[in-house]
Design a protein around this ligand. Sequence first.
Ligand code: FE
Length: 211
Amino acid sequence: MSTFDSDAAAKVHAHLHSHLPSEPALRVKALESLLVERGMISTETIDAWVEAYSEEIGPKRGAQVVARAWLDAGFKARLLKNAAEAIKEFGFEGNATGHLIAVENTDQTHNAVVCTLCSCYPFSILGMSPSWYKSAAYRSRIVREPRKVLAEFGVELPDEIAVKIWDSTAELRYIVIPQQPKGTESWTEDQLAALITRNSMIGTQRELAVS
Ligand code: FE
């Protein structure tokens, strides 16, 4: 006759749980099923959005914007004055850039972006946000100890360089314009765009690698 082994039962329980999606994933799935069931959205629409943001949009759009700002002083001035308006020149469509603000790194200043409240991010030009951007640790620490957090990303800033942290909201999103690497003055817009990384436009990278 077999007896109940509580330790073994706990192990089986934990094992079963490890195969279940996380709670937020289950909630998203439930919400998605409800919207589809009630005819408010089709699964094709959801798939198209996911594919657009993960495959097509990505940080490449932001990189194009920055590359043009490096090459075209007029565009850069328009971008710094009203980024949401300036990026219309690219014909990008999508939400989350309605109140976009561009902030520029200089020899004296380094900018970094956060959303301390949740995870607001300029999706339509930077694509999906990285998981660390949404983490409670980044959201709280980048404001309290910006130099330390930036150093953990490999950005060691001397005291002479001021750090500015920009807190996003549902209405305000930011893009950092990193500095153009030396020696790339004769490069084309596409060549330059290929150098520009997502993190450099969030501010957790300062130097761009020229290969
Ligand atoms: Fe947010």
